[in-house]
Design a protein around this ligand. Structure first.
Ligand code: LLP
Length: 431
């Protein structure tokens, strides 16, 4: 909480802008991003690579928050993006994002999505399986063109917040298995067809990870795979992509290491493993999503009704909930709430903060000390920038919130609040 800013009015300040003013100007529920924080995260990642003189790409995993404005900021910062659907690719095109800096991921890319990516000449299609290779072969022949590819591998390593598992095979829906020889088979397939320009190998081990050990193991596994391929057929891919997953602070219980420290550990692991094996240093790509946008995002809500029953935790009901942030309901994710109109008020009791959706599971904060909260108060949920708006729905036919970017003291709407008319836009009468 030390990093929380309070202004002269005694209100929460987000990027120099009064949170209560934001709620008045743009209504609630509202998603707000402090854009300086987004830029800083990207710059911190890049700085580590630059200091170490490593060939690299910071590829923002845009599933965490994908909008035209976000893609524009990422382009301004000279980072890449990864997209996982035709919809994300389309949005990036609408933002004029440089297609050479786009990687296209996914375990079940449709034929039409692959055609779209080939036509757009994306920087890399990260191929996931043999059926995709077959579809691409057909598409490239039909269009008489070429495309850059990377191979997604399952390294046999999966990481959780504080530990990781290492197994022979990973029972994952993603990627070519290394252990059983699938990865090598995919490589041979790609190298045999010069419409494929093979660029590198990829592995992603998990999300919201707090330890470097899993990343180090994955990096070592990728280097070991290159060594195997070099020794077998004299081929060395130029890029190692170690995925994303760097953990962030949601509440004061979380104590993550700085995101850039993950990158330092990965670089050291690759340096050491390549030196030991007399291998040229490959380029290192990372794909952070959560760590770029998570802590930059805030959700503002207005308190409506309350329910207080003796001996039970009071319910403080706000005007949003699982429709704009499903993470607590889906993952029991923890968030911290701030009374935005008086962040310094002393806490008086434990409460839970619940939404307006017709479901008991529609909780945003399961239990937290709060000051006395009145109807009309503004509550800010912290660190909601990743997988909040991007997983939003219209459940109960609630319009999705507006999204505002704050930078240099100015607030700009980058996604309009949905209207009731938007909700029925695609409905057709049956009469
Ligand atoms: N690269 C690949 C291939 C991925 O699958 C993911 C996330 C990332 C990068 C980015 O991971 P990050 O740096 O954001 O942890 N909806 C869940 C998270 C799903 C993550 C899926 N893949 C949540 O709200 O926690």
């Amino acid at each position: 909480e030390a990093q929380l800013q309070t202004n002269a009015a005694g209100h929460l300040s987000i990027g120099g802008y009064d949170a209560v003013t934001l709620a008045t100007e743009f209504q609630t529920p509202l998603v707000v991003y402090d854009v300086a924080k987004i830029r800083q995260q990207i710059r911190d990642f890049k700085q580590v690579f630059n200091e170490e003189n490593i060939n690299y790409a910071v590829s923002y995993a845009s599933k965490a928050f994908a909008t035209i404005a976000m893609y524009q900021v990422v382009a301004q910062e000279g980072a890449h993006i990864d997209v996982v659907s035709g919809g994300e690719l389309y949005t990036a095109m609408q933002a004029d994002f440089p297609m050479a800096d786009v990687s296209f991921h996914g375990n079940n890319k449709a034929y039409a999505e692959l055609e779209m990516a080939v036509d757009a000449q994306v920087g890399a299609i990260i191929v996931d399986n043999f059926d995709e290779l077959a579809m691409l072969t057909t598409i490239l022949a039909a269009k008489d063109t070429r495309v850059n590819v990377m191979l997604r591998l399952t390294p046999g390593i999966s990481a959780h917040t504080h530990e990781y598992d290492q197994t022979g095979q990973t029972d994952s829906k993603f990627g070519f298995d290394i252990e059983s020889g699938q990865a090598r088979q995919a490589l041979d397939f790609v190298l045999a067809n010069d419409r494929f320009q093979m660029r590198g190998i990829h592995a992603h081990i998990g999300s919201q990870i707090f330890e470097v050990t899993g990343f180090v193991a994955a990096a070592e596994k990728l280097v070991a795979t290159i060594v195997e391929w070099r020794d077998a057929i004299g081929y060395e891919p130029e890029v190692i992509n170690v995925g994303g997953g760097f953990g962030i602070r949601y509440t004061t219980d979380d104590d993550p290491i700085p995101a850039s420290d993950f990158v330092k550990a990965i670089i050291q692991a690759v340096k050491q493993a390549t030196a030991t094996n007399h291998l040229a240093m490959p380029a290192i790509w990372i794909e952070p999503g959560r760590s770029i946008v998570g802590e930059a995002g805030y959700s503002l809500y207005t308190v409506g009704t309350r329910k207080v029953v003796p001996d039970l935790l009071p319910y403080i009901n706000v005007d949003g909930g699982m429709g704009d942030n499903i993470r607590p309901a889906l993952y029991q994710a923890k968030y911290e709430a701030i009374l935005a109109n008086n962040p310094q008020a002393p806490t008086t009791r434990k409460v839970r903060i619940s939404g307006k959706y017709c479901e008991s599971g529609d909780i945003l904060v399961y239990e937290q000390d709060m000051p006395a909260v009145q109807t009309g108060d503004i509550i800010a949920l912290l660190a909601t920038g990743a997988y909040g708006y991007s997983m939003a729905s219209n459940y109960n036919r609630n319009p999705r919130p507006a999204v505002v970017f704050i930078e240099n003291g100015a607030a700009k709407v980058v996604v309009e609040r949905e209207t009731y008319a938007d909700l029925v836009r695609l409905d057709r009468s049956y009469l």
